[in-house]
Write a protein that binds this ligand. Structure first.
Ligand SMILES: Cc1cc2nc3c(=O)[nH]c(=O)nc-3n(C[C@H](O)[C@H](O)[C@H](O)COP(=O)(O)OP(=O)(O)OC[C@H]3O[C@@H](n4cnc5c(N)ncnc54)[C@H](O)[C@@H]3O)c2cc1C
Length: 391
């Protein structure tokens, strides 16, 4: 039986564990957190990733837990809704599944057959490839051997650090902060967005929840590690913000789940080194700015599972993913430059054009062009070739 160690139990890790275990491999998953991580922020399954979710049998489960958002409104500094885009007008497509990360992780986890070994609260410390096997030392002292080791451990991947020398992380000049807050605005099945020069604030509801997810997007270098410093840097970035900015900052200070992440890409020429491979953000994070990272993790897990389970050449996975990764990562670069207006004048122009959107002829097409640049094309790229027939 082929023995595989997966590092990380989120989107890529659970999807890969499901694919490999169903194909008859002996799977061990090691996750640094003490349990599956709940909560998180809204992520998307769209394009070719919807096909993967269907083939895995998880799309119904994911839909059941989707955020159920019906549209988005842009608000000005006084809180007036300056434009409203219902579902299907580009920002959200009715076919896509938008779901909180913790919910998708749980849906995927439930799709993993019994018999998989789960090790929580530990991490790979050393990797050594010899004699067609990979020797692993875990931080808590265990020594094991596997046929393959796969890093599904996110943008700061330990497996990548151990098996792929070099610095592959590229910061795109902005960061995202996310936290849960009470729904003081009384929003229902909706998202509110306020853009200002260099900054964006958004409030989004989740299915059945009395709370909202707040996302703050702001320019700057790598976020500091220390929480107090992080909070201070966000306060500085949003100083003078209109709308409910001051209240959101106050709520952020006390938020137990405040999560701050760099908008960064992992760029590598390939994602396999002998019997070690990377899937998802660990190998090809496109950044939060694309809305594609989850789909890429699902597609990558699906394709790699087939190669490992068939005892095939892992290099084939590199070839299949190459163009898909490249196009998706390129799509983020435009978003990185234009995630927020640069000046007060640009912000005013942006408000004006947003306000005009609902009245313009051909607006469906325009919304689609504006908000879904390369995502669909990128999603479709590898569908007919690499994915082949359902398994
Ligand atoms: C603020 C924000 C907003 C986003 N919005 C979207 C969006 O709208 N749409 C979208 O598709 N994507 C979005 N993304 C990106 C998306 O979250 C990722 O692309 C996706 O979660 C990748 O999944 P993954 O399993 O590869 O990595 P992750 O979800 O990062 O999971 C990595 C797992 O590995 C574990 N781990 C880490 N280190 C170790 C270790 N040393 N040993 C063992 N385990 C370890 C972690 O605990 C975690 O469970 C967003 C990201 C952020 C930060």
């Amino acid at each position: 039986m082929i023995e595989v160690l997966i590092s990380g139990a989120s989107i890529a890790g659970n999807a890969l564990a499901a694919g490999l275990a169903r194909a008859g491999c002996a799977v061990t998953v090691v996750e640094r957190a003490p349990a599956l991580r709940p909560g998180g922020y809204a992520i998307d399954i769209r394009g070719v990733a919807l096909e993967v979710a269907d083939r895995m049998g998880v799309s119904d489960g994911a839909r059941q837990w989707s955020t159920d958002t019906e549209g988005t409104s842009f608000v000005d500094a006084a809180g007036r809704r300056i434009a409203t885009l219902p579902l299907g007008f580009g920002v959200l497509d009715p076919a896509d599944i938008e779901i909180m990360k913790g919910d998708l992780s749980r849906v995927l986890h439930q799709a993993v057959p019994a018999g998989v070994e789960w090790i929580f609260g530990d991490s790979v410390a050393e990797l050594d490839q010899r004699g067609g096997r990979v020797a692993v030392r875990l931080e808590r002292g265990g020594r094991r051997e596997f046929d393959y080791v796969v890093g599904c451990d996110g943008i700061h991947s330990r497996v990548r650090t151990l098996a792929f020398p070099g610095d592959h992380l590229h910061h795109l000049g902005s960061n995202s902060a996310v936290f849960t807050a009470p729904n003081e605005l009384g929003v229902r099945r909706w998202q509110l967005i306020h853009t200002m020069p260099g900054r964006v604030m958004s409030v989004k509801t989740d299915r059945g929840s009395r709370e909202v997810k707040v996302t703050l997007l702001y320019g700057g270098g790598m976020p500091p590690r220390d929480r107090a410093e992080r909070v201070r840097s966000i306060e500085a970035a949003f100083a003078g913000a209109g709308w409910v900015g001051p209240r959101l900052l106050e709520l952020m200070r006390g938020a137990p789940d405040l999560y701050v992440a760099p908008n960064a890409q992992v760029r590598m020429p390939g994602w396999t080194a002998g019997r070690v491979a990377l899937v998802g953000d660990a190998g090809y994070a496109p950044s939060a700015l694309t809305g594609q990272g989850t789909g890429m993790a699902l597609v990558g897990a699906y394709l790699l599972a087939r190669h490992i389970a068939s005892g095939g050449e892992l290099g084939e996975y590199d070839r299949e993913m190459h163009d898909f990764v490249k196009v998706n990562q390129r799509a983020a670069l435009g978003a990185a430059r234009g995630f927020a207006p640069k000046s007060e004048l640009a912000a005013r122009m942006m408000s004006l054009s947003i306000r005009m959107l609902p009245y313009l002829p051909g607006r469906n097409l325009m919304f689609a062009t504006m908000t879904r640049p390369a995502r669909r094309a990128a999603s479709a790229l590898i569908l007919p070739t690499a994915m082949g027939q359902p398994v």
